[in-house]
Design a binder for this molecule. Structure first.
Ligand code: HEM
Ligand code: 2DC
Length: 469
């Protein structure tokens, strides 16, 4: 006997009261912990209404499978209204991140071929490998300059630069030069704008941006400034390549980068290409860098594991005679480590879909059109889903024990992360080079928690030491 939608437990009857309580709990920064609490209180399914935004929340992998089977041909996520509001305000086109329906599909299919199909990896890997080598050289230099045979620092700014250099190199087929001593102030400004953009998004999730705009709220103004900075810098990069292409006209050499490939392919309008390439450039900085920072943090806390990974990398290097593409096929434990990082420290607190058809989850009927959220952070820490969830154990991903709908850090299906291949290759190559060159250590025993700034970030700086091997 299936129970009706109205009987799903949770606080969904008064959105305004719930928003007030959410605000009192500092919910804007604690959304992930509040979700864990809600699952503890209500069980594996609950309904929620905060302000005007209503959803059903689930946590089990089996229920995630039901959700994604009902996502339809044009899977739709929660609309991040500050992002669409900015584009409407400035009359800018939506890219693949913000488009929906047929328009999303037609753009996404073309982008898939250039950005996420398995065949593009051979183009990306040599470019990413070069950036990885330059990062290592940069760290060696910093160590030398410190005069202490180690470099102790908060690596986040360094990792932002590494990530931007990597994604730019793949998108534009050109280096920005961020691994050099002198940092281009425009690139630094771009990085700062992305951080500000994320930071100013979360307070506006529950309050209509149109309202904040009308009252001249600072958070809206800062958000506009941040996106303006992002678009200006991306426009400059895109224009550069466009101009070069028109001058060279077809000197067939090496891989020219994703942008040039899209322009030459001539299947999307220039405006559509610009919109999506801007999103790729902006989406490629904080996501991979923070995931790498969390991974280094976990490796510093688990020295034996670090040695195990180092041994795997050394063996892979020997077997593949230094061919990076081959090496990437021989590092299952490194890949497990990245999955483990995303389990405990996911970038996205949840995955969401407006379901295209009625479904039954936990014996409740959920009508088509409902926003259903999978609590990714909560799932990763649920002892019913992962044995000893508090332990960082990359080897759990090697066992053939069912991993059914458990590794969802990049989302799922045709709407999954478009940057996934770039992100994975970039992060694997980074770890290979770091493990081959440095020992990662940390100061004392400090637990670092997550804070929500649209993406989940470390709540305080993570200080690590890098020592040459
Ligand atoms: C979407 C995670 C890196 C660009 C997403 C989604 C997640 C995600 C969870 C939503 C997927 C869904 O709804 O099923 C991550 C993680 C990253 C990462 C964990 C790194 C550790 C990147 C990078 C780029 C990027 C490097 C750009 C190069 C995008 C874009 C979308 C997206 C454009 C929207 C795709 C669409 O709507 O069709 N990402 N991401 N991401 N990501 Fe990433
Ligand atoms: C944030 O309740 C919490 O990959 C909200 O690279 C629901 C929500 C919706 C969409 C998610 C977002 C959350 C977190 C950040 C994500 C985003 C979709 C894409 C974006 C997961 C979970 C991200 C970081 C993209 C960003 C690209 C952008 C900078 C151009």
């Amino acid at each position: 006997f299936v129970k009706p939608f109205s009987e799903i437990p949770g606080l969904w009857r008064n959105g305004v009261v719930n928003l007030y309580n959410f605000w009192k709990l500092d919910g804007f920064r604690n959304i992930h912990r509040i979700m864990v609490q809600n699952f503890n209180t209500f069980g594996p399914i609950y309904r929620e209404k905060i302000g005007y935004y209503e959803s059903v929340n689930i946590i089990n992998p089996k229920d995630a499978a039901i959700l994604f089977k009902a996502e339809g041909h044009y899977p739709k996520r929660l609309n991040v209204e500050p992002w669409t509001s900015y584009r409407d305000y400035r009359n800018r086109k939506y890219g693949v991140l913000l488009k929906n329906e047929e328009d999303w599909k037609s753009n996404r299919v073309i982008l898939n071929k250039e950005v996420i199909s398995p065949k593009v990896l051979e183009n990306f890997v040599p470019l990413l490998d070069e950036v990885g080598e330059d990062f290592v050289a940069r760290v060696h230099k910093k160590i030398k300059r410190s005069g202490q045979n180690k470099w102790t620092t908060d690596l986040s700014q360094e990792l932002f630069k590494y990530a931007l250099e990597s994604v730019s190199s793949v998108l534009y087929g050109e280096r920005l030069g961020l691994m050099l001593d002198y940092t281009d102030p425009e690139a630094q400004h771009f990085i700062d704008c992305i951080t500000l953009m994320f930071k100013t998004t979360s307070p506006m999730l529950y309050i209509p941006p149109a309202l904040l705009r009308r009252i001249g709220a600072k958070v809206w103004k800062d958000h506009v400034k941040a996106w303006d900075g992002i678009f200006n810098q991306a426009d400059r990069c895109i224009h550069n390549i466009y101009r070069q292409l028109r001058q060279e006209n077809g000197t067939e050499k090496k891989f020219p980068g994703v942008l040039a490939s899209l322009l030459l392919l001539d299947k999307l309008s220039i405006e559509d290409i610009k919109a999506s390439v801007t999103e790729l450039m902006a989406g490629g900085v904080d996501t991979t860098s923070i995931t790498l920072l969390w991974t280094l943090y976990e490796l510093a806390r688990h020295p034996n594991l670090q040695e195990e990974l180092r041994a795997e990398v050394a063996a892979a290097r020997a077997e593949s005679q230094g061919n990076m593409l081959e090496m990437l096929k021989r590092i299952p434990l490194v890949k497990g480590a990245l999955k483990e990082t995303l389990r405990l420290h996911p970038v996205a607190v949840s995955l969401q879909r407006y379901i295209a058809e009625d479904i039954i989850i936990q014996n409740y009927h959920i009508p088509a059109g409902t926003l259903v959220q999978l609590g990714l952070y909560a799932m990763g820490r649920d002892p019913k889903v992962f044995v000893r969830p508090e332990q960082y154990q990359p080897s759990r991903w090697l066992r053939t024990e069912t991993q059914y709908f458990k590794s969802l850090g990049f989302g799922f299906g045709p709407r999954q992360c478009l940057g996934r291949r770039i992100a994975e290759a970039e992060m694997q190559i980074f770890l290979i080079h770091m493990l081959e060159n440095f020992k990662v250590e940390k100061q004392r025993h400090v637990e670092v928690q997550s804070t929500f700034e649209l993406i989940l970030l470390p709540e305080k700086p993570i200080i690590l030491s890098l020592k040459p091997l």
